[in-house]
Design a protein around this ligand. Structure first.
Ligand code: HEC
Length: 229
């Protein structure tokens, strides 16, 4: 799923990162991506092909997408600290081999990606396109599970600004409640003794994370456990 709303955010991220360069155009980038699509997939159902999935590539440590067989030099670059910021990708796409050689300071480094994208504007555009998936990837669920042995009233706030940013439910032990995160920095979950209670326990949760309530003692005294997914 791609959201249209947070695109301004991804563009400002790019603007900050690509400082001296002009900003990429998302729609144009979608067209440029046709050059990549023979080897790379994006979106919810993306799978590895000749190249790795690129849905959440912005911010990824190079060479780390699950179950893709990278070249040893790409893995070495990730180990040496290469993260795919828009700036790094901009350089990489121009000439993957030269980029890896320079980054690793190794004249014999090899790139498994043979494709080169020379036009600067094409590179900016395709990066803007890929960054829109990065934001969508952040916009995953925030969940809470009642892992205590009593029933309580829960709320999950999506971190957005809409008036309906929160879902609530009475959860029996073992039950969960989720909400689609609207903010890259996450939202929060709360638990109350019952639906009428005004005070309970709250906790900030990152997008894509789940929190388990382990026990509820009283206002502001709860035990939680966080985990991803
Ligand atoms: C002919 C196939 C092919 C094409 C076309 C291609 N790539 Fe790739 N790409 C690869 C392969 C293979 C790798 C893995 C490189 C390695 O392991 O050295 C890769 C790696 C990458 C990575 C690093 C990902 C990671 O997880 O570290 C990025 C970013 C990338 N490609 C972007 C693009 C973009 C954007 C385009 C289109 C403009 C494109 N590629 C076109 C085959 C391709």
């Amino acid at each position: 799923m791609r959201l249209t709303l947070p695109i301004a955010l991804s563009l400002s991220v790019l603007a900050a990162a690509a400082s001296s360069q002009s900003i990429g155009d998302l729609t144009a980038g979608e067209k440029v991506f046709k050059n990549c699509a023979g080897c790379h997939q994006v979106g919810d159902t993306a799978r590895n092909g000749v190249g790795p999935v690129l849905s959440d590539v912005v911010g990824r440590v190079a060479g780390t997408y699950t179950d893709f067989r990278y070249g040893s030099d790409m893995i070495a670059a990730g180990v040496a600290g290469l993260v795919w910021t828009p700036d790094q990708m901009f350089e990489y796409l121009e000439n993957p081999r030269d980029f890896l050689r320079a980054f690793l300071n190794n004249d014999r480094a090899r790139a498994k990606m043979s494709f080169r994208l020379r036009r600067e504007q094409d590179r900016l555009d395709v990066i803007a396109y890929l960054a829109s998936f990065e934001i969508a990837a952040l916009s995953s669920n925030i969940c809470v599970t009642n892992n205590s042995d009593e029933s309580y009233f829960f709320a999950v706030d999506d971190g957005g600004t809409a008036s309906n940013s929160r879902v609530t439910a009475q959860l029996a032990p073992g039950e969960s409640l989720c909400n689609a995160a609207k903010n890259p920095t996450g939202g929060f979950v709360s638990v109350f003794e019952n639906a009428q209670a005004l005070e309970g326990c709250s906790r900030l949760v990152n997008a894509g994370e789940s929190d388990d309530l382990v026990s509820y003692a009283e206002f502001d005294r709860c035990r939680w456990v966080s985990h991803s997914g």
